[in-house]
Design a protein around this ligand. Sequence first.
Ligand code: NAP
Length: 359
Amino acid sequence: MSSEEGLSSAISDWLFSNSWWLLLPFIMLLVVAAFIVAFVLLLYMISPLISPKPLKLKGAHVVVTGGSSGIGKCIAIECYKQGAFITLVARDENKLIQAKKEVEKFAINDKQVVLCISVDVSKDYSQVESVIKQAQEKLGPVDMLVNCAGMSVSGKFEEVDVKRFQSLMEVNYLGSVYPTRAVITTMKERRMGRVVFISSQAGQLGLFGYTAYSSSKFALRGLAEALQMEVKPYNVYVTVAYPPDTDTPCLTEENKTKPLETKLISETSGVCQPEHVAKVVVRDAVQGNFSSSIGPDGYMLSALTCGMSPVTSITEGLQQIVTMGLFRTIALFYLGSFDSIIRRCMIQREQSKASDKRE
Ligand SMILES: NC(=O)c1ccc[n+]([C@@H]2O[C@H](COP(=O)([O-])OP(=O)(O)OC[C@H]3O[C@@H](n4cnc5c(N)ncnc54)[C@H](OP(=O)(O)O)[C@@H]3O)[C@@H](O)[C@H]2O)c1
């Protein structure tokens, strides 16, 4: 063997016997990955321990504003089915009596009571406070308040009557502030309670035709975030629900004036049944979840718009961290398609105007 051959075989022997060093980065990577997986699993396991304790609806007093119709009535039924005592709040007395009869069909024991209160939740705080006091005297302190009274208007910004901007803020926003103010002190004193705000998917993203409606529903989110920070140490939990289009009298009314663009954009996600929305909202409120969304679109929107909103479990926070980038990418495609719908409608309208002029 020449001296050169000897040297190269010595080098290859040395490399072979020390080659595990080359694997070191790979081994370290595996160890780090194993630690991360173990850490995530641990977080998942302890997540339920630091989440709020679920509220027991059996025997609880649940007040539902807007409880005489649509989503509110279904929420009342859902709570009644679980043994709650219900106060329905709305303006029209006949509708209230009719709703009371419907809710009572779902009793699970003969002690349950449905109380009706006719009041406009958006006008006079002292009146709202006094009727809530009456309800508490009859059925005990409020354990859960569901702010569902609301209405919607759609139309192009310049075509919506300016008074509608005011009335929507009054009903959808102040109509949630007043009942909440009326119950929150007692909830804090009792160190328990749930407050639910029924916003809308239009309260997570501003869509064509919803300048008046969206702003009133976005306002609820700000109210809910600030309030949650104040009441969390008192074991009171706030839930904001973001239902999609739901088959109720409110939607039927809104469809009468919906611009074509809004209709086409809304068609990209389907119409939900109020019973399903109610089930999800009640489940999330009982769990003390801050955000309540319905369906895959709703899940994506809530993760995308979580911002600085509170999380009620580690699992929820982890899911948001992991999915944010992907969901933003999908959202950009949605936005692109909405823009193209709006542009097509504008071009069609201008073409038909021009042909009308020619005739
Ligand atoms: N349907 C949807 O597609 C949809 C989607 C997302 C969010 N939402 C929201 O869900 C909530 C319920 O809507 P819905 O579709 O179930 O409507 P709905 O069937 O028309 O019910 C609205 C309820 O609110 C009551 N109400 C309205 N104004 C009131 C006021 N000033 N004071 C007291 N009660 C009042 C109504 O009773 P009176 O008229 O007798 O007072 C009725 O009980 C609303 O906040 C709405 O914005 C609805």
